[in-house]
Each structure stands twice: as C-alpha cells, then as structure tokens.
Ligand binder design. Structure first.
Ligand SMILES: Cc1cc2nc3c(=O)[nH]c(=O)nc-3n(C[C@H](O)[C@H](O)[C@H](O)COP(=O)(O)OP(=O)(O)OC[C@H]3O[C@@H](n4cnc5c(N)ncnc54)[C@H](O)[C@@H]3O)c2cc1C
Length: 387
C-alpha cells in the first residue's frame, strides 16, 4: 500500500476517528459495495445507520445533531468512506452531506434546520440538490424551472436532469426562477419528494459510479409552502455559491481517493505478476508509471488539503478550490489509466477494481463544474473574464 506522510496534518483525535471510520467501512459498507454496483443504487438504510453512529453531518452544528467537527475531521471521514470501493454510493453520500446541504446550513432559518438539517444529520431525511436542467448545465444562472408565488405557496413547474439521489431523496434543494432572467432572478426551494406533481421521469444508465442513482425529475404544478424558501427570494444563486467550495472539495477527495486505490492495486499487482521471470514492477517502464501515479496523488492531496484549510479559515478560496478539483480530477484519470495498463488484460475485466475506478473517476471532470468552468474561475481571479 502507498502511504502518504500526512501525520503533520492530523492530530490524535483525527487519527482515532480515522481508525473508527475505517473499521465501520470495512465491516458495514465494503461488503455491500458489489451488490450496490450491480443493483444501480445503494441501500438507503445505510444513511440511517450512519446517522445513528454519528457518521453524518461531521461539520454541522451539534444542535442539529451534527458533530460540530473541523474540516480536517471531515476530510478524514471523506477519505475513509471512499475506501468502501463503491464511489457511486460515496458520491451520493457526499451529495447529501457536502453538496446539497451546505446552503441549508449556511442560510436556512432555525425552523428549516430543525425540520431538515436535523434529518440530514440523523440520516432520517435523504437530501438531493437540483440545479441542472436539460437545456442549462454549466450556465446555472439561465435555469428555467419556474416558481410563482400564489398566496402561501410557490407553484413550481419545470424539469431537472442528472440529479443524484433522485429516486431516494426525501427532499430536494431545487434551484428555481422566481424573478428576472439571470442570477438575480434565482431562488432555492426545499421541495418534499412526496409532494403531488413531483415525479422521477428517468433513471440514467451511466458509464460509472453505478452504485448511485442519477435521474431526471419533473415538477408539474408542485405546491411548495412559502416557508420552504431557502434564503431570500431572488438571492438563491448567492446562497448556492456558499456551498460550491464544499461540493468541489468533496469531489476532489473522491478523485484522489480513486487514484489512491488504483495505485494500491497497481503496487500489489506489480509485485505479484511475473513475466520474463521477474515481477513486472522490476521493469523500469512499470516502476516509473507507479512513480508518476504516486506523484499525481501527492500533488492532488496537497492542493486539496491547502484549499480545505483556506475554506476552514473563511479565506476566499474559489480559485484554490477550483485548482484542487481540476488537478485532482485530471490526475485521477491519468492514474487509473496507468493502473489499467499495469494490470494488462485483467485491467479491462469487470471484476477488477481498476476497471471500475477507470469508469468512475471520469465524472469528476464533469460534475460539480466541468474542468473548463474550473479553469474559467481560476483565470477570472487572474483578471481574465471569458463570460
Ligand atoms: C453522474 C452525474 C451526477 C450529477 N449530479 C448532479 C446533481 O446531483 N445535481 C445537479 O444539479 N447536477 C448534477 N449533475 C450535472 C452536472 O453538474 C452537469 O453535467 C455539469 O455541470 C455540466 O453541465 P452539462 O452536462 O449540461 O454540460 P454543458 O454545460 O452543456 O457543457 C458541455 C461542454 O461545454 C463546455 N462549456 C460550457 N460552457 C463553457 C464555457 N463558458 N467555456 C468553456 N467551455 C464551456 C463544458 O465544460 C462541457 O465540456 C450530474 C451529472 C452527472 C453526469
């Protein structure tokens, strides 16, 4: 196994927590990974189980049943969850804890947090976030799903696509248009999925991340109580932005953990596989690939740890987070491609983890902001504006 020298970054509490999450994952999650991949979705009960064990809402306030822990603890938790080998499930989990719910924690009212954030932390209410629409992906500010205030309710009409957790979620943070075109007419609504008029119109067959569900959602005259408006009307875009760094960091962790597992598999294989009377790792061509893989992994982790600390300290870090995400996602693709190569024909066979990882990590260049959009954000901070 490849071990990063991370001791300087974590204290005794982090190390103890890592051990306990690792044991939980080995005992209760990894044994289910293959079944979830085959079935195309995880078992929702795992969320409740994790909530009972205090393994959800690591960074959320204790008063809402979170753990009130720091960013490093959340990093430890994320890294260990990835070791279950079903990155699809882990992405669904991170959508719940680090992508859909940050805006609720950041701008929700105490009543909304009591009703919804508490359920996120206990695992009793599974959450999704619905930004993307069939005609609007990267350009979130152009979304068309309409919410019109009628008395005490918003009437919601529209469609969302590629939504993770769509078939399982109990409520969704839905990005809607309540005002003029552009960023200033966007709001966030918490929509219960048992509301009349809400339906899942499609579950996609994906390339990878098979243990998570990815769906198309339809809203037909869904009536949402006014008190479910998250933040202020027409300021939803800014509320959504408060959670984007957390979303991108969690995707970057998924990416480098995919790389870390692919590297471990490759080291093991390079020591065991004999060709021309010697382990293939003794050929310099293979050893150098392994060296490149480890270097990519280290660089990814350092960028993510740095960006995570900036985020933790409240320092503006959109650019650093984008650097971490774009680098980790691209590096993960390089690493898993090398891992497949090192495994030869076996790397192309479904039972082998590297085959799964090869299909999984591609998404991290697309979801949560594509690599092109990440570069736009970095370039913008240097004074270049392409939009
Ligand atoms: C498995 C999966 C899970 C997902 N989960 C969710 C979810 O839970 N919730 C959710 O809301 N969304 C989710 N998404 C959607 C995801 O966030 C979008 O796919 C992503 O933001 C890109 O949008 P798009 O697919 O519409 O591509 P487009 O925006 O149409 O982009 C197509 C191509 O054009 C490029 N491009 C676009 N604009 C520019 C520009 N200005 N400059 C340069 N290049 C540009 C893009 O980078 C890309 O390469 C998920 C997607 C997948 C595949």
């Amino acid at each position: 196994m490849y071990e990063s020298k991370d001791a300087y970054f974590f204290n005794e509490d982090h190390v103890a927590f890592r051990d306990s999450v690792r044991r939980f994952v080995q005992k209760e999650v990894t044994p289910k990974a293959d079944e979830w991949e085959d079935r195309g979705c995880y078992d929702k009960m795992i969320f409740k189980r994790m909530g009972d064990l205090g393994l959800l809402g690591i960074k959320y306030p204790i008063e809402y049943c979170g753990q009130g822990a720091d960013t490093r603890m959340n990093l430890v938790w994320m890294e260990e969850m990835c070791r279950c080998k079903a990155l699809g499930f882990v992405m669904s989990l991170f959508v719940h804890t680090d992508m859909a719910s940050p805006a609720l924690n950041n701008v929700g009212t105490p009543e909304q947090k009591n009703k919804y954030l508490r359920g996120v932390c206990t695992g009793e209410k599974l959450m999704a976030v619905a930004m993307t629409e069939p005609n609007h992906g990267s350009d979130v500010a152009a979304i068309e799903t309409r919410a019109v205030l009628e008395g005490d309710h918003y009437r919601v009409n529209g469609a969302k696509t590629f939504i993770t957790n769509g078939t399982q979620a109990d409520f969704i943070n839905v990005v809607v248009r309540t005002g003029a075109p552009g960023v200033k007419g966007v709001s966030l609504l918490l929509v219960d999925t048992d509301s009349p008029g809400f339906s899942v119109s499609k579950k996609f067959n994906k390339t990878g991340l098979l243990s998570s569900d990815t769906t198309e959602l339809v809203f037909e005259d869904v009536m949402v109580p006014k008190e479910n408006l998250l933040g202020k009307e027409n300021q939803g875009f800014y509320a959504l932005m408060t959670g984007l760094e957390s979303e991108r960091l969690s995707l970057a962790v998924l990416a480098y953990m995919g790389a870390a597992m692919a590297l471990d598999e490759s080291i093991k294989y390079a020591k065991e596989r004999i060709q021309f009377d010697r382990p293939i790792g003794n050929f310099q061509a293979i050893a150098h690939q392994l060296a490149d893989m480890a270097t990519d992994l280290e660089a990814s982790k350092r960028l993510v740890y740095h960006a995570a600390l900036l985020y933790d300290k409240g320092i503006k870090c959109a650019s650093e987070v984008s650097m971490a995400k774009v680098f980790a996602a691209e590096a993960a693709c390089r690493v898993v491609a090398n891992a497949v190569q090192i495994h030869g024909g076996y790397g192309y066979i479904r039972e082998y983890l590297v085959d799964r990882l090869y299909r999984d990590v591609r998404l991290f260049n697309i979801g949560g902001g594509t690599r092109e959009i990440m570069r736009d954000i970095i370039a913008k901070e240097m004074g270049f504006r392409s939009r």
